[in-house]
Write a protein that binds this ligand. Structure first.
Ligand code: GDP
Length: 195
C-alpha cells in the first residue's frame, strides 16, 4: 500500500470538533517519548507533520490526519509522563475516553511500546481498555535499531506475554532511524481500511 497523500485535518478535544468526514479511523497511542510522532511522520512521509502534537498546549489534543482521502490517522495524547498531576491525568483519561466512546468511525488501535523493554503497567492497562471496547489492536515495538538482533525474539515474547496477546495478534518491530519494517507497518495499520 502506498501513502499518496497525508494531510493534517484538525486538532480536537471535544466531539463537536472531530472532523465529520465519516472516514474509518486508526488511532495511535503510547507512552510519551515512545516514538509516536516519529512513526506518524514516517507513515505520512513528512518531517514535522506530527510535531504539532508536541508543541506546548497541543499535547492534550486529538490530532487527525487524512490519509489518501480514505482513512483518518488519529494521534491520541501520550501517557505516562513522569511529572503529571492527578488533575492532568484525569484530563488525559477523559479525552481518551471521550474519543473512544464517541467516535463511531474508530476501527483499530495501534499501541506503541518500546521494543527494548517489558511493557509498562500503563501499556497493559491501555491494551485492556481497548479490548473492553472490542477494537482491533496492532502492537508496534519502536526503536528496533536499539535492540540487539539476538534479543528480538526474546523481547517479542516478553511483550506478547506481558500484554497477553493472542497468537493471531500482531507485533511489528520498527525503527524510525532506519525505517526498517515501515512498509509492513503501513500495510498492517491500514489493512482492510484503505484499498
Ligand atoms: P513521542 O513523544 O512518542 O511522540 O516520541 P518522539 O517521536 O518525539 O520520539 C521521542 C524520542 O525518541 C526522540 O528523541 C526520537 O528521536 C527518538 N526516537 C523515536 N523513534 C526512534 C527510533 O526508532 N529509534 C531511535 N533510536 N530513536 C527514536
Amino acid at each position: 500500500m502506498r501513502i499518496k497523500q497525508a494531510e493534517f485535518v484538525t486538532s480536537a478535544v471535544k466531539k463537536h470538533q472531530y472532523p465529520e468526514l465519516g472516514l474509518p479511523e486508526v488511532a495511535f497511542v503510547g507512552r510519551s517519548n515512545v516514538g509516536k510522532s516519529s512513526i506518524i511522520n514516517a507513515i505520512t512521509n513528512r518531517r514535522k507533520l506530527a510535531k504539532v502534537s508536541n508543541t506546548p498546549g497541543r499535547t492534550r489534543l486529538v490530532n487527525f490526519f487524512n490519509i489518501n482521502g480514505g482513512a483518518m490517522l488519529v494521534d491520541l495524547p501520550g501517557y505516562g509522563y513522569a511529572k503529571i498531576s492527578k488533575t492532568e491525568q484525569a484530563a488525559w483519561g477523559k479525552i481518551i475516553e471521550d474519543y473512544i466512546l464517541q467516535s463511531p468511525f474508530l476501527k483499530r488501535f495501534v499501541l506503541l511500546v518500546d521494543a527494548r523493554h517489558k511493557p509498562t503497567a500503563d501499556d497493559v492497562a491501555m491494551l485492556d481498555y481497548f479490548r473492553y471496547y472490542q477494537k482491533d489492536v496492532l502492537v508496534v515495538g519502536t526503536k528496533l535499531d536499539k535492540l540487539k538482533r539476538n534479543d528480538i525474539r526474546k523481547n517479542e515474547k516478553i511483550i506478547r506475554e506481558t500484554l497477553g496477546l493472542a497468537p493471531e495478534e500482531k507485533v511489528i518491530f520498527y525503527s524510525a532511524m532506519t525505517r526498517e519494517n515501515l512498509q509492513q507497518v503501513i500495510d498492517t495499520v491500514f489493512a482492510g481500511i484503505l484499498p
